[in-house]
Design a protein around this ligand. Structure first.
Ligand code: DAH
Length: 370
C-alpha cells in the first residue's frame, strides 16, 4: 500500500507542476495510457487471489479515479489560464481605420464596348450576338468568300478537327458571321437565347464580341474584339453609311466633328468596299482625332454584297444595306493611349489598376462617356 501512496503523491505533485496542456497529456499517457503505471497495476489484479483482490481492487481503482480527476481539473485550469493570456495579449482596437481593400476595375475593352454600344443604341441600333465557335459556312461561305479563295487564308484561321460529318468548325475570325445569323430566314431555333436569328428588316444591329486569328505582335493578338454593324432597309446608300460612321467617331472621341475619306478596298461581303480614314493630327507625338491634316485608318465598311443578302433569303432588289467592322481594342488604345495591344490581355493587375475604370463609370448618353 505504501507503494500506492507514494505513487499517488508523486503523480499529484507532477500534475500540479505541469506547465501546459501538452505536458499534462504526457503525464496522462505515462499514468493511464496503455502501458502507463496505473494501467500496469490494474493488470496485476487478474493474477491475485480473491482476498487480495478485494483489498487491492478498490485501492487501485480509487487511485486511478483520483489521478484522472486531478488531471481533468489541472487541464481545465491550464486551458482557462491560456485563454486569459490570449485575451490579454490579443487586443482589438475598434477605433482604428480598416485596412484599405484593393478594388477591382472594369477592363478598358469592356468599358469601350459599353461606350460604343451606348452611342449606337442612341442611334437606334440593337445588340446582336453569336457564338465564338462558328461554321465555315457562316464565317466564310455565306459572306461570299469563294471556296479556296486566298482571303480565307489571309484570316489565319484557327480550325477545329473535322467532326463525324466532315464539317470543320472554326473560331470566328471576325464578327461578320453574326450578320448572316441575324438575317438568315430559318426555322432552326438558336442554340442560346442571346444568339441573333432571323431579324426582319429594317435591321439595325451592332455585334460586339471576341474574334480570333493566328497572329501575335504589338498590334495583333490571337484573341481580340470587334464590333460589326449592319443596317438593312429599303433605299439604304453610302450616304447613310458615311453619316452613321462620322457621327459615331465624333461622339466616341468626344470631338465636335471629324472629316473622313473612303479609300476603295476589297471585302468579299461588301460591294463597293472601303476603308475609312479619319482626319487627325500626329504632330505632337500623340494622335489627336478631329483636327489636323493627317489621316488615320479606322475601319472597314461597304454596301452589303447582293450575294450575302441572297444567301440569307433577303431579296437584294428590295432591300439594300451597309456594314462595317470596328476593332474595339484598337479604338480603346487610340482613345486612352495604350501603346501595346498585348498588355490588354496579360491580366497584369498593375496595368488594370492604371487603365481600368470604376464600375460606377457606366457610360451612357445622359452622364456622358468618359
Ligand atoms: N470582317 C472584316 C475584318 O475582320 C471587317 C469588316 C470590313 C466588316 C467591312 C464589315 C465590313 O462588315 O463591311 O477584317
Amino acid at each position: 500500500m505504501t507503494d500506492l501512496t507514494t505513487l499517488e503523491a508523486e503523480l499529484s505533485a507532477q500534475v500540479a507542476a505541469a506547465p501546459d496542456v501538452a505536458a499534462l497529456e504526457a503525464l496522462r499517457v505515462a499514468a493511464l495510457g496503455k502501458s502507463g503505471s496505473i494501467s500496469g497495476l490494474l493488470k496485476t489484479l487478474g493474477s491475485m487471489s480473491p482476498d487480495e483482490r478485494r483489498e487491492a481492487g478498490p485501492a487501485i481503482n480509487g487511485l486511478r479515479d483520483r489521478v484522472a480527476a486531478a488531471l481533468a481539473e489541472r487541464k481545465a485550469a491550464l486551458e482557462a489560464a491560456e485563454l486569459d493570456a490570449r485575451l490579454a495579449a490579443e487586443t482589438l482596437d475598434l477605433t482604428l481605420p480598416a485596412p484599405p481593400r484593393r478594388k477591382g476595375s472594369v477592363h478598358p475593352t469592356m468599358q469601350v464596348m459599353d461606350e460604343m454600344t451606348a452611342i449606337f443604341a442612341e442611334m437606334g441600333f440593337q445588340v446582336a450576338e453569336g457564338p465564338d465557335i462558328e461554321t465555315d459556312f457562316n464565317n466564310f461561305t455565306a459572306l461570299n468568300f469563294p471556296e479556296k479563295h486566298p482571303a480565307r487564308e489571309m484570316h489565319d484561321t484557327f480550325f477545329f478537327k473535322p467532326g463525324a460529318d466532315g464539317e470543320r468548325k472554326l473560331l470566328r475570325t471576325h464578327t461578320s458571321p453574326v450578320q448572316v445569323r441575324a438575317m438568315q430566314r430559318t426555322n432552326e431555333k438558336p442554340a442560346a437565347p442571346w444568339i441573333a436569328t432571323a431579324i426582319e428588316p429594317p435591321i439595325r444591329i451592332i455585334v460586339p464580341g471576341r474574334t480570333y486569328r493566328c497572329d501575335s505582335d504589338a498590334t495583333h493578338s490571337p484573341m481580340f474584339h470587334q464590333m460589326e454593324g449592319l443596317v438593312i432597309d429599303k433605299g439604304i446608300h453610302m450616304g447613310h453609311l458615311k453619316w452613321t460612321l462620322e457621327t459615331f467617331i465624333a461622339r466616341f472621341f468626344e470631338v465636335e466633328g471629324v472629316v473622313s475619306r473612303f479609300r476603295p478596298h476589297h471585302f468579299p461581303f461588301t460591294e463597293p468596299s472601303a476603308e475609312m480614314d479619319i482626319g487627325c493630327d500626329r504632330s505632337g507625338g500623340e494622335i489627336k482625332i478631329g483636327t489636323g491634316s493627317d489621316w488615320l485608318e479606322i475601319l472597314g465598311c461597304g454596301m452589303v454584297h447582293p450575294n450575302v443578302l441572297r444567301f440569307c433569303g433577303i431579296d437584294p432588289d428590295v432591300y439594300q444595306g451597309f456594314a462595317f467592322g470596328l476593332g474595339i481594342d484598337r479604338l480603346g488604345m487610340l482613345k486612352y493611349g495604350m501603346p501595346d495591344l498585348r498588355d490588354m490581355f496579360e491580366g497584369d493587375t498593375r496595368w488594370l489598376g492604371h487603365y481600368g475604370f470604376s464600375a460606377f463609370a457606366a457610360p451612357n448618353p445622359a452622364t456622358g462617356l468618359s
